[in-house]
Design a protein around this ligand. Structure first.
Ligand code: ZN
Ligand code: FE
Length: 264
């Protein structure tokens, strides 16, 4: 099985997974690059998976569907797509493999993720704009509590799960993560690895869940060093209390990190 990110727009990845003859794509915001890849490799597109309703993830669905006859799977928040609706717990079969749907609200209200399990390869997570390497999606429609619950659910997947994010945001996310955790050795190492990859125009993805649990501050809100950094940032804000809050909840920490990142 082959897993490749097809670049689109500025920094999107349209993930394409194939077995040499049949393929599935995730979040085709545009169709041209996918059509070229399919033609170059002689692939038939079986399925299109959509994680959420934003145009950079859905813009190419109709054309790809019309040209290939692929089955489209999407959450109810994409009513304009000719799709089979998926909900939390939906079980699909993709290229003969079981594919489970998780509802992961936060970035959008109806955002879903797809997890493909296989006996002989590590699982694959298509997480759209929920989880990025060293970061997470902006909270356009959900609360910090929604996002924390979604990230916690993703973090429970096996450590060797391949994390297929929909954007190449890794280096800028790492710069923020290092501000939160300057002494995190795995994070420092990941920065060197990713700088080399990007200098060579290679994607930094997929990441693995085990790595993300070591380096991603949004998956580390229970770590004392992350809590302390979030607390200090909150207290330093113009409307902050200037006093430390040892009673910060995990949701408070995530909310502070997200707000801090928005202004970083
Ligand atoms: Zn989005
Ligand atoms: Fe996006």
């Amino acid at each position: 099985m082959v897993l490749v990110p097809v670049p689109a727009f500025q920094d999107n990845y349209i993930w394409l997974w194939h077995n040499g003859s049949h393929a599935v794509v995730v979040d085709p915001g545009e169709s041209a690059g996918v059509e070229v890849y399919l033609a170059d490799h002689g692939l038939q597109l079986d399925s299109i998976l959509v994680t959420h309703h934003h145009g950079d993830h859905t813009g190419g669905v109709a054309q790809l569907q019309a040209r290939t006859g692929a089955n489209v799977f999407a959450p109810a928040e994409c009513p304009d797509l000719p799709a089979t609706r998926v909900v939390h717990g939906s079980q699909l079969t993709v290229l003969g493999m079981p594919c489970q749907v998780l509802h992961v609200p936060g970035h959008t209200a109806g955002h879903v993720a797809y997890v493909i399990a296989s006996d002989d390869e590590p699982p694959i997570l298509f997480c759209g704009d929920t989880l990025f390497s060293a970061g997470c999606g902006r909270l356009f429609e959900g609360s910090p509590a929604d996002m924390l619950a979604s990230l916690d659910a993703l973090a429970r997947l096996p450590g060797d799960t391949r994390v297929c994010c929909a954007h190449e945001y890794t280096l800028s996310n790492i710069r923020f993560a290092l501000t939160v955790e300057p002494h995190n050795a795995e994070l420092q190492q990941w920065q060197l690895t990713c700088e080399a990859l990007r200098a060579d125009q290679q994607p930094t993805l997929p990441s693995t869940l085990a790595r993300e649990c070591q380096i991603n501050p949004f998956l580390r809100v229970r770590q004392p060093v992350v809590r302390l950094a979030a607390d200090r940032w909150t207290a330093s804000q113009p409307n902050g209390t200037q006093a430390s809050r040892p009673d910060m909840t995990d949701v408070d920490v995530l909310a502070a990190l997200r707000e801090w990142k928005n202004t970083f």
